[in-house]
Design a protein around this ligand. Sequence first.
Ligand code: PGA
Ligand code: ZN
Length: 384
Amino acid sequence: MIHELHAEKVLDSRGNWTVKAYVNGISGTAPSGASTGTYEAKVIPTNQAVKIINSKLQRLVGEKLNQAEIDILLESMDGTDNFDKIGGNTAIAVSFAVFNAMHKSKKIIREIFPFPLGNVFGGGAHGGYTTFQEFLSLPVKAKSIYEAIEANAELHHRLKETFRKKAKVVGINDEGAITAEIDDLKALDIITDTAEDLGCRIGIDAAASEFFKNGKYTYRSLKKTLKPEDQLDFLIETAKKYRLIYIEDPFEENDFKNTAELTKKIGKNCLICGDDLFVTDERRLSQGIREGAANSIIIKPNQAGTVSQAYDTVSLAVKNNITPVVSHRSGETSDSTMARLAVLWSVPIIKAGVIDMRVAKLNELIHLWNMAESPKMADLKNMK
Ligand code: PGA
Ligand code: ZN
C-alpha cells in the first residue's frame, strides 16, 4: 500500500530544478530533455509539479502499491492525452517512485543485459560544434557488462587525447560527451578508427528536427544545406563509409516517409531509430510499423509519462521486431531507475551516457549483473 507520498525539488545535471517524488520513503526523479520532441508528454514548472504531488495526488495514499493501477490513476486524474494538466514530469516522478518502492523488497533478477550505447562525442542542442547531436559507441564485442562499460569509458579517454591534439577547442557537453571544433565527418573519421580498435561500432543521433528549417537540413560546420532527398543520400553514404550501426532521428519528427526509405535502403545492417519520431508513444509507433519507418525505437519513460505506458510501447516494439533502446535524457540526476527498467524488460540496448553522474545508471547495471546467476549480454543478432 502507499502509506506516504511527497515531493521536493532537486537540481539536475544542468543545474535546473526537477521534481523528486517519494513513495514510502523511496524516490523517483524526473529527467528532462533539451532536444525534446513536439509530441512528448507536457513538462510543467517544477514548483507546480511539487505542489500537485503534495496536494492533488495525495489521494493516491491508501491505494495498493501496484504499478499498473497507480499509472492508470495518474492518467485518469490528469484526464488528457499528454499529461497536459498534472505534467509528464510529475507523473514520471511518481511512477518511478512506485516502481522503486515495489522493487525494494522484490529484487530484479534477470539474465539478459543491455549493451550500453555511449555518447562519446557530441554537438547540436547539447553543446558543441557538430550538427549531429551524438556520436555513439556500441561495444559489440563485449562479453560482460564490465567489458562493455570499460570499452566505452576507454574510448572516451582516448578520444579526449586525440581531439586535444587535432582540434583547437575541446570541451564536455550536457551529456558528458566530448566536444571539439571540428566538422561532423572529420569527427567520424577520428571516432571510427579509435572505436574499432576497442571492439566498438559507431552510430549517431542526428536529432534532425533540431537543424531542419524551411524544408531543409543545414549542416553548419560542413557548410551545406540539404533537401530531404539529399539528406537521404548523404546519410546512406555516411552510413556506408563509417559502417554506422545505428542512426537515430535521421529526419525531422514528422517525416515517416523518408525514415521508411532509409530503413528500406540500409536497415538490414543498421538500426534506424525513432526518438522524436515516436516519443515512446504506442500510436506513433503503430504508424511507424504500418509505414515501415524505422526498425528501432528510443524508450524514454518521461516522454510517455508513466512506466506502464513506456512498457506497453516496448511490448508493441518487440512484437513487431522493432529494437527498443531505453534512454536517459540530457538533463539527469543520479536516479538509476531506467537501468533497472532496461534489465527488467530485457531490452538489448541502453543509452545512458559514459561519464559524470550518468555512471549511476552504469553502476546499477553492474550491481544487477552481480546479482544474476548466469548473466549474459543480449543477442545483437547481425550487428557485430
Ligand atoms: P534530450 O536528448 O534528452 O535533450 O531530448 C536526447 C536525445 O535526443 O536522444
Ligand atoms: Zn535522440
